[in-house]
Design a protein. Sequence first.
Length: 63
Amino acid sequence: MYLCLCKGLTESDVQRVAQACQANPKALTTALGLDDDDCCGRCAGNIDQLAACAASGCLRAAG
Ligand code: FES
């Protein structure tokens, strides 16, 4: 499922990068390219939520 239409990012893209960035919000934003001028920012809340969950390991526990 796509979370970010501007960058074409899926849930698995965000999970992978969030784990690599250890949920550092600035590093995650930069790594996903969400600080580019062409991003609308509408996905930020959902991406933050999924990234926090991925970094805490809750997705591994659920899956
Ligand atoms: S939908 Fe993600 S920046 Fe626009």
